[in-house]
Design a protein around this ligand. Sequence first.
Ligand code: ATP
Ligand code: MG
Ligand code: MG
Ligand code: MG
Length: 492
Amino acid sequence: DPMRTAEIRQRWLDYFESKGHTLVPSVSLVSPDPSILFTIAGMVPFIPYILGSQEAPYKRAASVQKCIRTNDIENVGRTTRHGTFFQMAGNFSFGDYFKEGAITYAWELLTSEQSEGGYGLEADRLWATVWEEDDESYRVLTEQVGLPVDRIVRLPRKEIFWDTGQPGPAGPCCEWFYDRGAQFGPDATGGQHPVWPEDAASEDRYIEIWNLVFDQYLRGEGQGKDYPLLGELDQKSIDTGLGVERLAYLLQGKNNLYEIDEVFPVIERLQSLTGKRYADGTSDEDDVRMRVVADHVRSALMLVGDGVRPSNEGRGYVLRRLIRRAVRSVRLLGYDEPALVELLPVSKDAMKASYTYLEDDFARISEVVYAEEESFRRTLAQGTTILDTAVARVKNGTAAGTTPVLGGDEAFALHDTYGFPIDLTLEMAAEQGVEVDEKAFRDLMAEQKRRARADALAKKTGHADLRAYESVEKELTAPVEFLGYTDTKAEV
Ligand code: ATP
Ligand code: MG
Ligand code: MG
Ligand code: MG
């Protein structure tokens, strides 16, 4: 039987425990580091130890961390390897083992037989990237691991360095890639790799599975990756992250991470709800939608499980967008009834082997999610009729060959009167080949805000307290793109 995702997690913990690591439970998806909304990597709870601002209570640690990355939202369903929620398995060393230890542990765990506690990947399919000046890693890879030189790619600093974006620790990475084979793209041959690893055509073939970060240097001021290395850190750290779902899809012989045991049951349920067959070759867009729904339903489950509630700002807004996008996608698949009541329990059942608390808390979690679907369905029902009428009118009034544009005032009315979010207007108009005058919409929003402020000031004498309006303002300017939240801080 192919290895279940829960088993991959367990093997990770068992392996690193046997190598003297303290096992540390996952922290919440609500980031313990206040500079980011969500926990975006396994290293997040260990940031103070890596920065050296706190002394680590252990020299070696290992975890399987729940993560949310909103910057990958556009990739979801379209690449084989990006989820908004995923689990990052990590091993960490704070002033203990360094490159040699990290590289040889990784190799042993990836390639040792499954009967011996490893993942049993074929050694011949593994590639590694290293910084071109990192001779130490290169030597460990060639001499100790025995990796052939033509499967080691030496990259310039801009492609392989980790840092926090400001003076402090920085260092090169060593990333492990799995070659899925010639049917997935051209060969990166000959040790020259002119197209590696950013060439889109080869992205599907060589899948990044594990990033080893070597916190080696103290860096100075500078933009991007253009900063001086001021010397070696006194206490060097190891911070690694392996994508559990990526390994799962490779080990389970699937095409992508939406087809693994923890995600695919939702797609199966979608098939029976909509009567559409996943990946039957009739519609790529429908396949993408099914993957998006399965991903977003799982992310919503995990976010609400960690206490996030839908709202118009911050984390709650991200959650709201995920739920709404899932609901919309199900409708576009042709199912008009409440869907989350069907899909959320399936996702919970698929996830509970790894996260047992989901079962106990499911009454609360599902109540939050179903209420959000209900309220969004009401918004949709009202706004859709009005939008469709406006879109039809604009199309009729536009000469053939020119793109019809919906006025900013109509988008504003939809927002103002029916609570129809602009991102939804944009998306639904685009689906019918219509653009929206977004600039005019934004001007009207700004105008409204200015008026509200002036009114408020006029009503008060003397002490104008603008604080009450800050939250309104935030609501109105809530990001319409998920891209608003950068995760470059720990993007390694
Ligand atoms: P990619 O280049 O494929 O987007 P990354 O370089 O952004 O990945 P890292 O920041 O190095 O990823 O994270 C460490 C590991 O976590 C990756 O090697 C990958 O296995 C996994 N990972 C990262 N992002 C995702 C995601 N959105 N979904 C699933 N796994 C992910
Ligand atoms: Mg990425
Ligand atoms: Mg990468
Ligand atoms: Mg990486």
